[in-house]
Design a protein around this ligand. Structure first.
Ligand code: DX5
Ligand code: ZN
Length: 228
């Protein structure tokens, strides 16, 4: 397809495709995570994003499989688990058993990305790769057929509430072209707000992760709708 044709069709495609909102529980009230997950489902969240951090791959520590397992019965929404841990392979099965529906690994969290993605699919859940702001798209060119999801980090991983990195939009545009017609979802994570959500959708994002923007007030429904 000629680039000009692609742009024409992609504009039509972009504006009709509904964006999915994945609140990150990183910004939730950790003393009442079950009720928070229930409230997110009621507020219209499309899936729940869990930021797993080990204090080694990123300078922060959050949750493990046990917390995810304890929340599984609170909602039917899909659990989108973002693994900011290294090494990652030894823990994949535990997160699947805990109830993860997709596992996203950071491209540099282990020596053999292709093997990690194959393992995740073998475990029966969707396989995702997370690209840090400095990571090149070239690093995933040869695993595109082993992926269900690409998580484009719009902040450096480790903390919620950081400032959105604007170069992310161009990266998503280029990723969309690289993916072509493959059934791969593009997810964006970090500093997502109503101010940049429109640009991200037009660039080709399918799923927006948001912590601060969703939990900034108790009206989660209003905050989620503001992102759509
Ligand atoms: C960073 C985390 C955060 C979180 C969302 O490692 O992945 O990006 O999900 O953070 P906010 O929406 O608060 O920037
Ligand atoms: Zn995340």
């Amino acid at each position: 397809m000629l680039a000009s044709e692609y742009d024409k069709y992609s504009d039509i495609f972009k504006m009709t495709r509904p964006i999915k909102i994945a609140p990150s529980v990183l910004s939730a009230d950790f003393s009442r995570l079950g009720q928070e997950v229930e409230a997110l489902e009621k507020a219209g969240a499309d899936l729940i994003h869990f930021d797993v951090m080990d204090g080694h791959y990123v300078p922060n520590i959050t949750i493990g499989p046990q917390v995810i397992k304890s929340l599984r019965s609170f909602t039917r929404l899909k659990f989108d688990v973002h693994l900011m841990i290294q090494p990652v392979n030894p823990f994949l099965e535990a997160f699947v058993k805990a109830g993860a529906d997709s596992l996203t690994v950071h491209i540099d969290a282990g020596p053999h990305l292709h093997r990690s993605l194959a393992h995740i699919r073998h475990l029966g859940v969707k396989a995702g790769v997370a690209l840090n702001p400095a990571t090149s798209l070239e690093d995933i060119r040869y695993v595109l057929d082993d992926l269900d999801l690409v998580l484009v980090m719009s902040v450096n991983p480790g903390f919620g509430g950081q400032s959105f990195i604007p170069q992310t939009c161009d990266k998503i545009l280029a990723l969309k072209k690289m993916i072509g017609g493959r059934p791969i979802q593009i997810e964006v994570d970090g500093g997502v707000s109503p101010e940049n959500a429109g640009d991200l959708k037009r660039a080709g994002a399918d799923i927006l992760v948001a912590g601060t923007s969703v939990f900034k007030t108790r009206d989660y429904k209003k905050n989620i709708e503001a992102l759509r």
